[in-house]
Design a protein around this ligand. Structure first.
Ligand code: P6P
Length: 346
């Protein structure tokens, strides 16, 4: 990890330099700029909280608005989704987009030119934390539109995570920070609110290969599969147990915040299968949560697995498909996977 110089460059300059180096093309540069601009608008709305009249559930009293995930939508979920849809409609860089908040993907309207990329996003992940003023974030993933497809549909989005050309998140916390990869490292840009620009604050984030910190919702312990119970049990046993060292636990219940901590200082994040979510394939969504986060983590020297395979190699079967997630410090993810593989063999 190399903190940016004392005179940080802007996201715009960083992207121009990536284009000059042949790592992105002008269309992808525009796409990322548009998403970053939308995140600035979302940051303003999130930052206003109660003053902006946007806290609480969407829908009318007693008739909450429920999304395809079966979750009550927050007003800010709906607003953030609308901001991203509007920002990306007219630029000519996208063929279609898909959102956690929309049942199906949506081609760019005919009134606007269509580009060669597909954008997927969770407009405001962790939104249940908003009303209690805990960090939340926007997660996005960029795929190429398949050759010859002029009106993309859901099936054209079903590409493995290795096909992503860019991915990122924007965490709305004490700072608003955009973390981005275009396949050449993972980089952090902090919003300078006075100027209104994202400024490069960490070039090439690197996750330490080992860690003493794990992130899991431990209240699910009784629902976990045996290998997960064994793995976490050994973490909790600390230096007197088979791991021979003590561990610390953090769980913010906002994936963007938990992953940002891991990208910043290491750790392992896990949302494994449990008997509550096994019928759905897991808790977290593959296409617009697990895949973009796994791309960022691998580009920062970490690892990401379902517990049974490299997460980026999962072949999607549905736009809102869920998947078990282990990601973070490379050697710790390898240990967690060994517990699962050992159980599978036994
Ligand atoms: P739990 C937020 O709803 C989310 O999708 C992720 O951001 C977060 O990691 C997870 O769910 C939290 O789940 O079961 O702890 O509330």
């Amino acid at each position: 990890m190399s903190p940016a110089t004392s005179d940080p460059i802007s996201l715009t300059r960083f992207l121009i330099e990536e284009k000059r180096a042949g790592r992105i093309n002008p269309e992808l540069r525009l796409l990322i700029e548009v998403v970053a601009r939308a995140c600035k608008r979302i940051s303003v709305a999130v930052g206003k909280g109660a003053l902006g009249g946007v806290l609480g559930d969407a829908g009318s009293p007693g008739a909450a608005s429920i999304n395809i995930q079966g979750e009550a939508q927050k007003k800010l979920d709906v607003l953030s989704n609308e901001i991203l849809l509007e920002a990306n409609a007219w630029g000519g860089h996208l063929a279609a987009l898909a959102s956690e908040e929309m049942d199906h993907s949506q081609p760019i309207p005919d009134v606007h030119p269509r580009g060669n990329y597909l954008l997927l996003f969770d407009p405001l992940d962790g939104s249940s934390n908003i009303d209690v003023n805990v960090s939340v974030g926007t997660i996005f993933s960029v795929l190429r539109c398949p050759e010859g497809v002029t009106t993309p549909a859901d099936e054209h989005f079903l590409q493995p995570g290795t096909a992503q050309v860019a991915a990122g998140y924007c965490v709305y916390g004490p700072q608003t920070t955009l973390v981005l990869t275009v396949g050449h490292g993972t980089h952090a840009f902090t919003l300078d609110r006075e100027v209104g620009s994202f400024m490069l604050t960490v070039r090439d984030m690197r996750i330490p290969e080992d860690t003493r910190e794990f992130a899991v919702n431990a209240s699910n312990q009784r629902f976990w599969e045996p290998p997960m119970q064994a793995y976490v049990g050994d973490l909790l046993a600390g230096k007197d147990g088979p791991r021979g060292k003590d561990f610390n636990m953090r769980w913010i219940a906002s994936m963007v915040a938990d992953v940002h901590r891991i990208l910043t200082r290491g750790g392992i994040f896990s949302y494994p299968l449990d008997s509550k979510c096994a019928s759905k394939g897991g808790k977290l969504r593959l296409m617009y949560e697990a895949n973009p986060m796994s791309f960022l983590v691998e580009q920062a020297g970490g690892a990401a697995s379902t517990g049974r395979q490299r997460l980026l190699e999962v072949q999607p079967t549905g736009l809102h498909q869920r998947v078990p997630v282990f990601l973070g410090s490379k050697r710790e993810v390898e240990v967690a996977v060994r517990y699962h593989l050992a159980h599978a063999v036994a």
